[in-house]
Ligand binder design. Structure first.
Ligand code: GCU
Length: 636
């Protein structure tokens, strides 16, 4: 069914994408309640709240495919007419998750999955059904699958991501719920699987609420649904639940990490092997199933964008064995420099949303993702800001492979309910789920705790807590946030107490677009009072692809192109400038952009248009990056 979305897209698609489907929670109860901040390390994560590390490296059944769906704006399938949830009733039945068929001609059943249309999962519903383009509410989705559960095995139902609030049922029984549209969660289903046919039903609700993360106002499309893979993982009774195998903070000669087992035989010998580096370590787990790793390493080929070397790493414990591909690199700052493997670097970046512009909708698989990352590489990028929420694990693993450093971010975006403890818990939960999932990815060099959050006491307290939370979870990476600038006359500066907590002086500035213009932006100058590397997390201008005019004509490619040239002149004057991620790689959908001609619900700040055409500024930025690469060659 083609809607206004896809007509344009299909034409361009054939050429652009090689989609190969590959095809992942903690139920959402909080781990941080009543726990003092300092011991919120990964170690204190209670296992049942954590997803299996490296789900794709486990034995698993892929439940992706066509799922029947029922649109339920009044949540009739969840609440009785007294607004009481059916799954909290005494019998626990009555909702659409029963997947009930009429017993006989006299029986009333007012819904039918079998009779309902299907959605491609993973995939948002907005881009697959024209009636749902702007839909925000509840949709029920059902998949049937066959299982043959074995003795001595444990089973986890894993979701890569469901936007926003998910309630999950297996064979009519509630497994649990999860909030947060961009991070994985799982439920243990050992003993709940039938030998033969099983039914999984998901209630997904993407309605926006002030107290949630993100909050009600964002500048991206609120795609709803099961947007990433659904997997049924099988592991032995005692299995490798989690591990971290990375170089120690600032020490290229030592791997530091841990292995965490779960199951009945927690204390046992495990081996960690990196054959290509002639490394193998034997350690014993303690009564909690945990073993710390401290492995001296000789000379390794360190991961970098120029040489994205990944090593095969295997971890074996009893009857369980997990293989992963891991890169090893150190990342740190020294004054205004950012040192990758001890060498000063310049981050030639671009910002990217998790959206395929050619078939508007969330990225559907590695093919879509590789397309976007290759566009960034075609611009000679060595770095990408994946905005404003965690992108998929596949995207990060592709960045590992393709040699792109990653700024990873949680959707603490604009004005959040700073004083609501549930909102803080939610933000910390999403941050933890992100770090837990991607802590072994060499490409991830920055954890970002938010974007354009307005300075105030309650906000500062909230953000300080997030900064401390992420440092407690992982001290081997940089911590950033996209701060805002202030203008005093012609001086542009950053005055934000949060900057003290961060490793980078990182901020968004829209000189020439939201303030000033191509005519007078060069009258302004930046004054950044921090002895930290300066990272411009956003600048840019809207240009409708193919619309031309002079450099003062808004929306034209020439205006955008001139603005980029002006920006380079302004930014080059900043002594500590060590990287930029212009806004944005490609036009993206936004409900905040209704101008019928220039926008049509697209943010047009892309360097590439919605049809995949490169705008003039794409080439201007590439030329700037070629020069920057030359300039920093001396440090390599
Ligand atoms: C903001 C924001 C982006 C937004 C951009 C814009 O700075 O961080 O999410 O899309 O500006 O206005 O285009």
């Amino acid at each position: 069914m083609l809607n206004r979305f896809s007509a344009v897209a299909v034409a361009a698609l054939a050429w652009h994408c090689l989609a190969f489907a590959q095809t992942a929670t903690p139920s959402h109860h909080q781990t941080f309640q009543n726990q003092p901040l300092q011991n919120q390390t990964l170690q204190n994560q209670t296992l049942q709240n954590q997803t299996l590390q490296n789900i794709y490296g486990r034995t698993h059944q892929n439940l992706d495919g066509r799922w029947h769906y029922i649109v339920d704006p009044y949540e009739t399938g969840y609440y009785d007419y007294r607004r009481k949830p059916y799954d909290e009733s005494e019998k626990g039945t009555g909702g659409y998750y029963d997947d009930r068929q009429p017993k006989d001609k006299g029986d009333i059943v007012e819904y039918s999955f079998d009779g309902s249309p299907t959605l491609a999962i993973p995939g948002d519903w907005n881009s697959q059904d024209a009636k749902l383009e702007f839909y925000e509410g509840t949709v029920w989705m059902r998949q049937k699958f066959t299982a043959a559960p074995k003795e001595g095995k444990r089973y986890f139902l894993y979701f890569g991501a469901v936007n926003y609030e998910a309630h999950v049922y297996l064979n009519g029984r509630k497994l649990g719920s999860h909030k947060g549209g961009f991070t994985p969660f799982q439920f243990e289903v050992t003993g709940k699987l039938a030998a033969g046919s099983n039914t999984v039903v998901v209630k997904a609700d993407n309605k926006r609420h002030q107290d949630e993360i993100p909050t009600v106002s964002t500048d991206w499309w609120n795609y709803g649904g099961i947007t990433r893979d659904v997997l049924l993982a099988e592991v032995p009774d005692t299995y490798i639940a989690d591990y971290k195998v990375q170089l120690a903070k600032g020490d290229a000669r030592r791997i530091e990490g841990y292995v965490q087992l779960d199951g009945s035989r927690k204390e046992q010998e495990i081996t960690v092997a990196i054959p290509e580096a002639n490394l193998s370590a034997r350690v014993r787990t303690d009564a909690n199933g945990r073993a710390a790793l401290r492995i001296p390493v000789g000379k390794l080929r360190y991961w970098s964008p120029e040489d994205p070397k990944l090593y095969g790493v295997t971890i074996a414990a009893g009857s369980d064995r997990v293989a992963d591909r891991i890169g090893f690199r150190t990342i740190e700052t020294r004054g205004k420099d950012i040192l990758l493997n001890g060498r000063s670097t310049f981050w030639r970046g671009v910002s990217i949303h998790d959206e395929n512009p050619l078939i508007p909708g969330r990225l559907r698989g590695a093919g879509d993702m590789r397309m976007l990352l290759q566009w960034a590489k075609d611009m000679n990028c060595n770095y990408v800001r994946l905005a404003h929420y965690p992108h998929s694990e596949e995207m990060i693993r592709l960045a590992d492979e393709m040699g792109l450093m990653v700024w990873a971010e949680v959707p603490v975006y604009w004005t959040i309910s700073w004083q609501n403890p549930d909102t803080l818990r939610n933000a910390r939960q999403q941050l933890t789920e992100l770090v837990v999932r991607d802590k072994n990815r060499a490409s991830v060099v920055v954890w970002s705790i938010g974007n354009e959050t307005p300075v105030s006491e309650p906000r500062n307290a909230f953000m300080f807590t997030l900064a401390d939370t992420v440092r407690a979870l992982d001290d081997t990476r940089l911590v950033g946030a996209a701060l805002e600038v202030h203008r005093n006359g012609k001086e542009v500066t950053v005055e934000d107490p949060l900057a003290e907590k961060l490793d980078l002086a990182s901020f968004n500035e829209y000189a020439g677009w939201y303030w000033a213009s191509n005519k007078d932006m060069l009258d302004f100058h930046f004054n950044i009072p921090y002895d930290k590397p300066v990272m411009i997390t956003e600048f840019g201008a809207d240009a409708l692809g193919g619309f031309h005019g002079d450099a003062d004509t808004r929306w034209s490619e020439e205006y955008q192109d001139q603005l980029y040239k002006n920006q380079f002149r302004m930014l080059e004057a900043i002594p500590g400038l060590r990287g930029i991620t212009p806004w944005v790689l490609v036009d993206f959908r936004s409900p905040r952009r209704p101008h019928p001609y220039f926008q049509d619900f697209w943010n047009r700040k892309g360097l590439i248009s919605q049809t995949g055409k490169r705008k003039q500024a794409f080439h201007t930025l590439k030329a700037y990056y070629d020069k920057k690469q030359q300039q920093y060659q001396q440090y390599q």
